[in-house]
Design a protein around this ligand. Structure first.
Ligand SMILES: [Zn+2]
Length: 366
């Protein structure tokens, strides 16, 4: 019990999840800010807009320096994060800001709008800030620093010009920027986003079939890259997206227990896992890699979604053998309505190291 609280009845104070649920039920937040789909279950925690799963895939492809997507249901929320989200004001207020000058010839997407048109609108709205109110300088000042190769001539927004003139801006030629985008996308982290660019404009054109939550559990007996030890971190990549765990210092048996979320593109590429040793003064050293076929997991999730089975069960088993890199048998299981797979994989192209990962497939209906 907090002694500074004036409220004697503490059980009436809602926790973060209850507060999130209250925010979700506010009138403006009951429809996707970008396409109007009812009951959106995702939010851009940096922009503050509540969005549907389809729009969330496009927001992700903008990069975390523009939009940081979180699940309202699946992610953990702290009081501080809910405070920050609440402060942004919700869909009604934010659409007034980001769509203040929506030209009459531009149609807002609808729930069934094509991925191309949806992507086009979302990029104009949040990346190019084409429809944004601009007579108020404070609105411009909170624009996230963006690096991108759009020519000024394309942008009718004076706000953007203001932003360009008043911020330090990377003047490298476009072709170099694109090269950087690919390199940087491997090492992108929230605090390092200043040099990261969107990896490809095509990324937003991909239709997503679901989401995969990857829990990077731990590494065992990893390779030594510094004198005695290593500072390992893991990069996960799926199609155009890549995410990264934190660095654990001086540890060959690191425990991350870190959950990262990726959108699953329609063609279901393999999940690539790369382990690196963080070096402060030189390029990070490679510590092994693995490729995980997530297709069986995704197909199991899709099949489950259509079935009526409800009890926990084992769905499929991948037997560890010399032909694959599995250390233990990998089992896809149904656990309280969730399709999961635990994997223990031997890292490839390195002398040693095993990585334990848990996968959970989240269908689009979540
Ligand atoms: Zn939407």
């Amino acid at each position: 019990m907090s002694s500074q609280s004036e409220n004697s009845d503490m059980k009436d104070v809602p926790g973060p999840h209850k507060r999130i649920s209250n925010l979700m039920h506010q009138a403006g937040n009951r429809f996707c800010a970008d396409c109007g789909t009812p009951e959106p279950k995702w939010v851009s925690s940096s922009l503050g807009v509540f969005i549907c799963i389809k729009c969330s895939g496009i927001h992700r492809s903008l990069g975390v320096h523009i939009s940081k997507v979180a699940s309202l249901k699946l992610d953990e929320w702290s009081e501080e994060q809910v405070d920050a989200l609440e402060k942004l004001g919700g869909n009604t207020l934010l659409n007034k800001k980001y769509e203040a000058f929506l030209p009459s010839n531009i149609k807002k997407p609808k729930p069934h709008t094509s991925i191309e048109d949806r992507s086009d609108f979302i990029r104009k709205k949040y990346e190019q800030l084409q429809f944004m109110e601009c007579d108020d300088n404070s609105a411009c000042a909170i624009v996230p620093t963006r690096g991108r190769s759009l020519s000024l001539a394309q942008s009718s927004s004076s706000c953007y010009t203001f932003h360009m003139e008043n911020k330090k801006y990377d003047k490298a030629p476009t072709k170099h920027r694109i090269g950087n985008a690919f390199r940087n996308s491997w090492t992108r982290k929230d605090s390092e986003h200043k040099s990261s660019k969107k990896s490809s404009s095509l990324a937003g054109m991909v239709e997503f079939v679901g989401l995969i939550k990857v829990n990077v559990v731990k590494g065992t007996h990893l390779a030594v890259r510094d004198v005695m030890t290593s500072d390992p971190y893991v990069i996960l990549s799926l199609g155009h997206q890549s995410v990264k765990t934190r660095v654990i210092k001086n540890n060959l048996n690191p425990v991350w227990n870190e959950s990262l979320m990726l959108s699953i593109p329609e063609n279901i590429p393999p999940l690539k896992v790369l382990v690196y040793d963080k070096d402060t003064f030189s390029t990070d050293d490679f510590m092994g890699e693995a490729e995980i076929d997530i297709q069986p997991l995704v197909l199991a999730a899709i099949a489950y979604e259509k079935s009526t089975v409800n009890e926990s069960m084992q769905l499929e088993k991948f037997v560890a053998s010399r032909d694959n890199s599995l250390v233990r048998d990998g089992v896809i299981s149904l656990d309280e309505g969730r399709i999961k797979q635990e994997i223990s994989v031997r890292l490839q192209n390195v002398e040693r190291g095993v990585l334990e990962i848990e996968l959970e497939c989240v269908p689009l209906t979540q």
